[in-house]
Design a binder for this molecule. Structure first.
Ligand SMILES: Cc1cc2nc3c(=O)[nH]c(=O)nc-3n(C[C@H](O)[C@H](O)[C@H](O)COP(=O)(O)OP(=O)(O)OC[C@H]3O[C@@H](n4cnc5c(N)ncnc54)[C@H](O)[C@@H]3O)c2cc1C
Length: 440
């Protein structure tokens, strides 16, 4: 049976919700496996690429460059970017499913996990996701600042904790050719920041950060590094791994006039905070080895880098509910409904891990798309007119991109526009006069 209706070949349509790495890798695989399918990648923001733009550290531009391969999808391979569409608000999931043959949720996870120790902006206790969004100029953070004071404690020992540490202590001169939000960062460390303690539960050997990230600190001027707990936890040296990298860092002696002291602590679990007169004074830790030892660290602020919250069926605004279990093999949630990336696997894993995930999900979708359709669905053309009119296209994004690059401060790669509405205005203005896209 051929896929025909009124003599016309039926074009299968796929809506991918979320243009982060998970959504983009999925679109890449689907483009290859189902070359005739119409693929639309929606995002609630008017700009693509999720955490690549708004999570990955600004001084790791090499990592952000993965977007170049995704650009090709939208520029040359006929995949549509439909930004400024918040699924769950601008259009319900049910309506999207009525309009597209297959819908895939690739919306990532947004909320920081909290310590549950009086987490509060007024106390200057912030999640690392929030801090990295602020440093990356995310529109949702435009009106909220992060102030760290002179003494900041980072809780967590994963790569994100180390990224935050580096972004805080690297001197301003270390951000050449990046797209760091200079205003937000200056405000953050304006006290100025003098002391950072970074505290993990595990031993150094078992810490989750990559050794290469520790080696990066060796070139950072103006910071003194101290490593605690190596002996207390009986850590062996000489294995060329994390312990050695930390000790080499601490032994580097070219920082006699350091402005900032960074101390690494291992084997401690947070147990409480001391608040006096409404001000945070200390964060308290107890030893994870059962020894009963405790550690109190002075703190004007705390950054918790302990991961993101998993999908909560109670509050998930896409309304999947608890009954929709995800098939661990295929990412299928329901008929013609799938998920991929962090939304599917939980908040863990690097950008490339979303590629392997997307490959599996794409294979299941390709199998479905190869079957003759029961009915024709409208795809993008079938969306309500009012919704189509608010869509920010990839061409619009290219105008925004040009604007941000042209507006970059000297020595910087771009200056991100942080206001959602202004991003849209730039795109609309460029539509009227394409030559204005790159002129701030
Ligand atoms: C701070 C931080 C730094 C990181 N650094 C690195 C690194 O250096 N290297 C590395 O390999 N990995 C890094 N990672 C991990 C990497 O970012 C993730 O593996 C990856 O981004 C997950 O991809 P995703 O597409 O599932 O989610 P996301 O990247 O979060 O993308 C989800 C997209 O969905 C959109 N969206 C959400 N809800 C809706 C909705 N209702 N309607 C429409 N659109 C919606 C969002 O706007 C977003 O664009 C980092 C993660 C974090 C948090």
């Amino acid at each position: 049976m051929s896929n025909q209706q009124n003599g016309q070949a039926l074009r299968r349509s796929v809506a991918i919700v979320g243009s982060g790495p998970a959504g983009c890798y999925l679109a890449q695989f689907l483009r290859k496996s189902s070359p005739d399918a119409e693929i639309t990648v929606f995002d609630r923001l008017p700009v693509p690429y999720g955490l690549i733009r708004y999570g990955v550290a600004a001084d790791h531009q090499g990592t952000k460059a993965v977007t170049r391969q995704f650009d090709r999808l939208f520029e040359k391979e006929g995949v549509r970017f439909a930004g400024n569409v918040d699924v769950g608000t601008d259009i319900g999931l049910a309506e999207l499913r009525e309009t597209f043959d297959v819908v895939v949720l690739a919306t990532g996870l947004y909320e920081d996990r909290t310590l549950g120790l009086q987490d509060d902006d007024n106390l200057h206790i912030y999640g690392a996701g929030r801090v990295t969004r602020v440093l990356n100029g995310h529109p949702a953070e435009a009106s909220r600042s992060v102030i760290l004071g002179e003494a900041c404690v980072i809780v967590g020992n994963g790569n994100v904790a180390i990224d935050v540490l580096r972004l805080l202590v690297r001197p301003e001169s270390g951000f050449a050719d990046t797209d760091i939000d200079d205003d937000a960062r200056s405000k953050m460390v304006s006290a100025p920041l003098r002391r950072v303690d970074i505290v993990g539960r595990a031993s150094p050997r078992d810490a989750r950060f990559d050794t290469t990230l520790i080696r990066e600190f060796v070139d950072i001027e103006g910071v003194r590094f101290v490593v605690r707990d190596i002996e207390r936890l009986g850590q062996e040296v000489g294995d060329g791994g994390k312990v050695d990298a930390l000790l080499q860092l601490a032994a580097s002696d070219h920082r006699p006039d350091a402005d900032i002291t960074v101390s690494f602590h291992f084997g401690w679990s947070p147990s409480g905070v001391l608040v006096e007169d409404g001000h945070l004074r200390e964060i308290k830790f107890s030893a994870t080895d059962g020894s009963g030892a405790s550690l109190d660290l002075p703190a004007d602020s705390v950054v918790t880098a302990i991961g993101f919250r998993s999908r909560d069926p109670e509050t998930d605004k896409l309304g999947l509910g608890e009954s929709n279990a995800v098939d661990p093999e295929t990412g299928q949630i329901d008929d013609h409904l799938y998920c991929t990336g962090w939304y599917r696997r939980g908040p863990k894993g690097t950008i490339p891990e979303n590629r392997s995930d997307a490959r599996t999900v794409a294979a299941a979708i390709a199998a479905e798309l190869s079957q003759p359709p029961q009915t024709a669905k409208g795809g993008f053309a079938g969306l309500p007119q009012i919704l189509k009119e608010k869509v920010i296209s990839f061409e619009d994004w290219q105008a925004i991109d040009a604007f941000e690059k042209a507006d970059a401060a000297p020595n910087r790669r771009r200056r991100k526009v942080k206001d959602h509405q202004k991003l849209i205005e730039i795109a609309l203005k460029a539509r009227l006069d394409p030559t204005k896209g790159g002129n701030p």
